[in-house]
Ligand binder design. Structure first.
Ligand code: ATR
Length: 278
C-alpha cells in the first residue's frame, strides 16, 4: 500500500484493539476500490480517549470506528449524535464534518438488519414476534433495529430482568420483558430468535435454551461469530430452522462508516467473509 499526501485516513479506537477485525475488513475494501487511504488500529487507553477523539479532526482523519470500552464515552463526547445512537446509548462510528466537528453514529442496527436481509431476502421483522436474548449494548441495537423495521412485538429476555426493563424503557415501543425462567415458553408464536449475549462464544458456556416451542419456520440468528456456528445455531439447524451467523453483522455494520470516510458504499461478498475469517 502506497499513500499520497492526500490519503484519506480512518481507524478504530479500542483498548485493547489488537483483536479487532476492522483494520483487515476496511483494508480489504480500500484495496478492492484502489482508494488512496488507510484504516489503522488506534490503541487508546480510556483515560486518553477524550484527547484522542479531539485529535481526529486536527490530524486530518475522516473519522473512526469505536469499540470496547469507548462506545458510551464516544456518545458523551461527540459534538452531534444521531437520534438512533442516542436511543441505543452507544456510538460505534465517528464522522468528521467539514467544519471539523464530530458526528457520532451507531451502525449496529443497520448491520444487524442488512445481515438478515442478505441471508434471507424475504425477511421482515414486521411479520411476527421477535425474541431477543440479552440486554447489553448489542441487545439495544438489535431491538431498536427490529422495532424500526416494524416488529409488532419484541420479547426481551435477560438473566438480570432489571436490565431488560431498562432497555425497554430506553427504546419505547412494543417490548415485552420476559423472565429468564420463562425463556423456553416465550419462543412460542415467534418468527425470529436472536442471541445477543456472549453465551456460545468460544470459551463461554452455551446458551441454555430449549427450542421445542419455537415454530419451525422461525429464523435463528446469533451475534456471536466465533465460532461461526454457535451451539445455538447448530441446535436450531438440526431442528430444521433457517439460521444466520453473526459474522455478517460485523461486516455490514462497517459499510456506512466506509462510505462516509472513503466515499464508496462497499459490498459484503463471500470473498470478504473468507478473508476476514482467515
Ligand atoms: P454487550 O454490551 O456487548 O452486549 P454486556 O453489556 O456485557 O455486553 O451484556 C452481556 C449480556 O450477556 C447481558 O445480557 C448478560 O446478562 P446480565 O445482564 O444478566 O449480566 C448476558 N450474559 C452474560 N453471561 C451470561 C450467563 N452466564 N447467563 C445468562 N446471561 C448472560
Amino acid at each position: 500500500m502506497i499513500l499520497s499526501g492526500k490519503a484519506k485516513l480512518a481507524g478504530v479506537f479500542g483498548w485493547p484493539v489488537g483483536h479487532s477485525r476492522s483494520p483487515k475488513l476496511h483494508g480489504f475494501w480500500i484495496e478492492q476500490h484502489r482508494i488512496d487511504g488507510a484504516y489503522v488500529p488506534l490503541s487508546v487507553r480510556p483515560e486518553d480517549f477524550a484527547y484522542a477523539l479531539r485529535a481526529l479532526p486536527r490530524m486530518g482523519f475522516a473519522g473512526a470506528n469505536v469499540t470496547i470500552p469507548h462506545k458510551q464515552t464516544a456518545l458523551a463526547l461527540a459534538d452531534h449524535v444521531e437520534p438512533l445512537a442516542r436511543r441505543i446509548g452507544a456510538v460505534n462510528t465517528l464522522v468528521v464534518r467539514e467544519d471539523g466537528s464530530i458526528e457520532g453514529r451507531n451502525t449496529d442496527a443497520f448491520g444487524f438488519l442488512e445481515n438478515l436481509r442478505h441471508a434471507v431476502p424475504d425477511f421482515s421483522a414486521a411479520t411476527g414476534v421477535s425474541v431477543v436474548i440479552g440486554a447489553g449494548g448489542a441487545a439495544r441495537a438489535v431491538a431498536a433495529a427490529l422495532l424500526d423495521d416494524g416488529a409488532p412485538r419484541v420479547r426481551l429476555i435477560n438473566r438480570t430482568r432489571s436490565r431488560a426493563v431498562e432497555v425497554a424503557e430506553a427504546l419505547g415501543g412494543p417490548i415485552e420483558v420476559v423472565d429468564w425462567e420463562d425463556r423456553a415458553e416465550a419462543l412460542a408464536g415467534s418468527n425470529l430468535l436472536v442471541n445477543t449475549t456472549s453465551l456460545g462464544m468460544t470459551g463461554q458456556p452455551p446458551l441454555d435454551l430449549a427450542l421445542d416451542a419455537l415454530p419451525r419456520d422461525a429464523l435463528v440468528t446469533d451475534i456471536v461469530y466465533v465460532p461461526l456456528e454457535t451451539p445455538l445455531l447448530l441446535q436450531a439447524r438440526l431442528r430444521g430452522h433457517r439460521t444466520v451467523d453473526g459474522l455478517g453483522m460485523l461486516l455490514h455494520q462497517a459499510r456506512p462508516g466506509f462510505l462516509a470516510w472513503f466515499g464508496v458504499m462497499p459490498a459484503v461478498t463471500d470473498e470478504l467473509r473468507r478473508f476476514v475469517e482467515s
